[in-house]
Structures are given as C-alpha cells and as structure tokens.
Design a protein around this ligand. Structure first.
Ligand code: NA7
Length: 541
C-alpha cells in the first residue's frame, strides 16, 4: 500500500530528519510529540522501514530475536505487538514498523519518495538547507541523519555487467514483486550474513545455484521456529525485564556474555558447552565464554569446533574444506546465523566456486568469467554488502562550516564525537553514526539511546537559549582514540576483509568504524557527557 505524499509548502522547520526506518520514526515521535517541535522526515522510499524496506531478498530475516528487535520506549506498544517467530522475517518487521507509523500517526510528518541530494550549513543563518532530488529546498535549525548503517548497496565494479543478458539484483535493492528463480541458473556472489540467508532459499527454486565465495565464513544455526503461546505470554508480561537486560549488557541483546574463560573448563566441558550453544543456536554462541573476542588462543577453540561442524554437515570433502577455509577469528567479522546454509551444499543443484583462488574477471552476456572458468547464468544475485556506516552519510553530499564537505573532512576515515556529532557541522546529529556502538549491537537498542540523547540535548539547548552545538577542543581526537583503543582490545581488527574496517569497498580508508567498548559503557559515557553540561561540545547562543 503506497503512502500518500503530503502536500508540501516550502518553509522552515525546527528539525529535519533523513530516513524513516527505526531511527527516523522514533526521532520524529520524540521531537514532534514530546518536544512539540515542527519536525519533518524525508524518506527516499515509498513507505516506512528503512533498511528493511529495501532488503526484501529471499530469506531476509533479522538475526536478533524478535522479542528484543523492537522499540521498548512504550510499554503499551511493546505489549500489544506479538511476533510470530523466534527471528522476525523482513515482511513481519515491515508490518511492525507500519503499525508503529499508524499508532503514533507519523505518516503525515514524513515526505516519502523524497531523496536528499544535498545538505548545506548556512553559518550566518545558523540553519541547514536541504535539497531533494526533485529540486525542493527545505531549511531547519537541526538536521538529524537516520539513514542506517547498511543502506548504500555495494555493487562491485565488474567489467561487462552492463552486457549481461539475464537479470541481476543486489540484495539490498530487491524488487518489491520478488524474483522468480524457478528452473533458472543462478549465480550468488557473496557469503556474508545475506548470502548465507539467501542461498538455501534460492536453492529450493533454482535449476542450479552457484555460490561464488571470496572469504569463507562461520555460521551457527538460527534454529528459527514459531513462538509458543507461553513464550509470547512471557514476553508480554516482561517488558521491564527485557528492556533492562538489553540496555544493561554489552551488545543490546537479551543475553549476557558468560563470566567464564575458555581456560576455566576442561576440554570436555568446553566441547559440551559449545555443543549446547550450537543446539540453542543464534548469536548467543559468541557469549559462551567471556574471552572469545579478546584472546586469540581462546577463540581458536571455537574456530576448531565450528570448522568441524562444517566438515560434519557437508558431504563432499572438497566443498567442506573450501567452506571451512576461514581466515579470521570467529566473530571478528559479523557472525552470520543460518537456516540450512551448509546443508544446501549437499543438494545436487548447488555448487561452490572459490573466487579467491580464481577471481572474477568479467561478466559476459550469458554469465560470469573467473580466471579459470566460465559459468553460464540466467540471474546474478549480488549479496556483496554495503558501503557501510560512512556510505549512507557521504552520499547525502553534506557541507558544513566554510563549505567544507563531509567527504573531505572524512577523507582519511570518519571522525566524530561519540558517533553523534562532527566538528565543523554544527547542529547536525548522526543517529548510529561511525564511532558509536551501532552495528556491534542490537540496532533498536542503539537507536533508542541515540534518539533519546539527541532529543534531550535539543530540549536542553532550547531551554537554555542555545542556538548551536558542535564538538570542540580535543573531544573528537580523544574520542577517535577511544574508538581505536576499544577495537584494539578485541580481535575485531584481525579480520582483514571486514566491512567494520571498510575493507569490502575498494579505496575506502581502513578505519575500524563502530565503537567496540560495549553498549552499556557507551551509554554511561553519553549520560556523563550530558549531565556534565555537554562536556566536549561548544554551545553558543
Ligand atoms: P557482507 O557481510 O559485507 O558480505 C558481502 C559478501 O560479498 C562477502 O562475502 C564479500 O567477500 C563478498 N564480496 C563483496 N565484493 C565482492 C567481490 N567483488 N567479489 C566477490 N565477492 C565479493 O554483506 P551482507 O549483506 O552479507 O551483510 C551485511 C550485514 O547485514 C551483516 O553483517 C549484518 O549486520 C546484516 P569478502 O568478505 O569481502 O571477501
């Protein structure tokens, strides 16, 4: 059901918000309904949903469990919504977000089908001028980006793509009416979380599926299932407990990381604990021991367990070895969870191609060529990820004070204070921006924290008659230092192909982008900054 475009008269707003996903919708609710500001959301899609609006690929499902993949700011909203499965499918998340949009009457403050192509800070007027693709100009005191971290599709620049006679799709720009794979020869490029979700589903319909793997990946079974009536009842009656645990722990998930070391237990006990975690499934596997992400030798024990699982599942030894030939510690890249991924390689219509050994050199009208072979294909699916975290911000073409572009300011990598603000870009707030925990957490938890912090900050500025806020002094330099130190205290930088480092996009600066110090610690830092009168920010009248 397309959303109607509201009639628009060009004028000034108190706040403009870019994006109508989880982040933009909640920010709108806070600014419009709590602070009574004149706020407007600009959204490129024809409906709410953000990342989930675009990622409609087969098998698209959230890896966080449904009962914590929602807002918790409203007890009533939390209690009236009922998820059906352990992990919510894309379509169910869209139903949830549409419900939220209706329930809080958000749509009339959202301009759909409106792509932002420029945002310029006008210093004398102390306001942001935002330009849309349709040529509209809007102005606001505050500009808030709610553009998501994984919303700029990364389609590799492979020679010959435009000559391909079949159809090709990127998973993050999936057609709304779906794709019919029946009997087709399908090539799937990419084995991140998306490729791992999509492969088994595509394999069921395709004539033949060829998976092109550049970096082999771990995966733990999701064990998705319908939620029982008892569990739904437990969720409904535990709003406070679920909100507490997701806010109190490191990663915004509804489980704590166990306070035991790999070395506290015997090898037999360790194996039994890994088996139990494998049987339980999901992202919680990484929470079995506290040192899995800080001690390489400890991590190696999980690596051995997980690689053995691949060898046990996959019948063909050569395919199993290729799938288990993983070059990074477990969870140093975002760990996927799956429904039948490794099992799919036991089907006669699925094959695996190693494009690290023999790289892709071109696409021809009837398929794809590597340095060693050609593959005839009817459909190519790019599950090749995103220009993560910085991509969605840079494509807005933002310029700050003195006409400095964000692209230039971040030429050597993103530099922010708390992932919330950028020096030289006053009154611009970046929800889940680089330098904040964002993608290392369960996103709705990080989003609620940022949207609330920003709303409280704006409320403070208005009460105090302050017209401008931006980071000052050494705040950015010190925070970038803390972001680097937090990453260096973990094994995360050891994955050389990680999108956390920008390594998946050719030419992108290699900088570890999210804050790895944990959501609870980050929340406390943000609260301290606010309660100390916005330490590290310059506030001017
Ligand atoms: P990811 O995790 O970035 O995965 C992309 C995959 O595509 C990964 O296997 C890449 O290999 C591969 N890739 C990228 N470019 C190429 C080229 N040029 N040739 C061959 N293979 C390529 O994206 P996802 O969409 O799966 O997941 C993104 C996040 O969404 C996920 O982490 C969750 O947070 C949800 P590489 O590893 O770079 O060698």
């Amino acid at each position: 059901m397309p959303d109607a475009m509201p009639t628009h008269t060009p004028r000034d707003y108190d706040a403009l918000i870019i994006g109508a996903g989880f982040a933009g919708m909640y920010q709108l609710h806070l600014l419009r309904d709590r602070l009574k500001l004149d706020a407007l959301v600009l959204e490129a899609g024809e409906g709410v949903g953000g990342t989930w609006y675009w990622n409609r690929y087969p098998g698209a499902r959230c890896d966080s469990e449904s009962h914590c993949y929602n807002y918790t700011f409203s007890k009533e909203l939390f209690e009236e919504w009922e998820w059906t499965e352990r992990y919510p499918q894309q379509a169910e998340i869209m139903r949830y977000l549409n419900h939220v949009a209706d329930r809080f009457d958000l749509r009339h403050s959202i301009h759909f089908g409106t792509s932002v192509v420029g945002a310029h800070y006008d210093e004398p007027a102390n306001c942001w001028t935002v330009t849309t693709e349709a040529g509209e100009t809007l102005r606001a005191r505050f500009l808030i980006t709610a553009v998501g971290c994984l919303s700029t599709a990364n389609v590799p620049n492979i020679p010959g793509l435009s000559s391909f006679a079949g159809d090709w799709y990127h998973t993050g720009r999936w057609p709304h009416d779906g794709v019919d794979f029946t009997g087709k020869r399908v090539g799937l490029i990419g084995t991140g979380s998306t490729g791992i979700q999509a492969a088994p589903v595509i394999a069921e319909a395709a004539g033949h599926l060829t998976v092109f793997q550049r970096t082999a990946n771990y995966s733990v079974p999701a064990h998705n299932a319908p939620l029982s009536g008892d569990f739904k009842q437990w969720v409904r009656s535990n709003h406070a407990g679920i909100r507490h645990i997701t806010r109190a722990n490191t990663n915004g998930q509804p489980f704590y990381i166990e306070d035991r070391s790999v070395w506290d237990v015997s090898p037999e006990e360790r194996e039994a604990l890994y088996e139990a975690a494998w049987a339980k499934g999901g992202l919680q596997f990484r929470a079995v021991f506290r040192d899995l992400l800080s001690d390489k030798t400890a991590n190696d024990t999980a690596v051995t367990f997980l690689k053995n699982k691949i060898r046990q599942i996959v019948h063909d030894p050569a395919t199993a070895e290729l799938l288990a030939d993983i070059d990074h510690p477990y969870a140093a890249k975002r760990p996927p969870i799956d429904t039948g991924y490794f099992e799919a390689f036991n089907r006669s219509n699925v094959s695996l191609v190693d494009v690290r050994a023999a790289s892709i050199v071109g696409i021809t009208p009837d398929g794809l060529r590597t340095t060693e072979a050609t593959y005839k294909l009817d459909i190519i699916v790019f599950a090749t990820g995103f220009d993560a975290m910085t991509g969605p911000l840079l494509r807005l073409d933002i310029t700050g004070r003195d006409g400095v572009s964000l692209r230039d300011a971040w030429a050597a990598g993103p530099r922010t204070y708390l992932g919330l603000q950028i020096e030289g870009f006053p009154n611009l707030f970046t929800i889940t921006g680089p330098g904040s925990p964002s993608v290392l957490t369960n996103m709705p938890v990080a989003i609620e924290q940022h949207a609330e912090w920003i709303a409280d900050c704006i409320s403070h500025l208005l009460e105090q008659g302050i017209s401008r806020i931006e980071p000052a002094g050494d705040a950015v330099k010190d925070w970038v230092g803390q972001v680097n130190a937090a990453a260096d205290a973990t094994l995360l930088p050891l994955a050389s192909s990680s999108w956390y480092l920008g390594a998946n996009v050719p030419g992108k600066p290699r900088v570890f982008m999210p804050y790895a110090g944990g959501m609870a610690r980050y929340r406390a830092i943000c609260e301290d900054v606010a309660s100390s009168g916005y330490q590290g920010f310059a506030l001017s009248r």
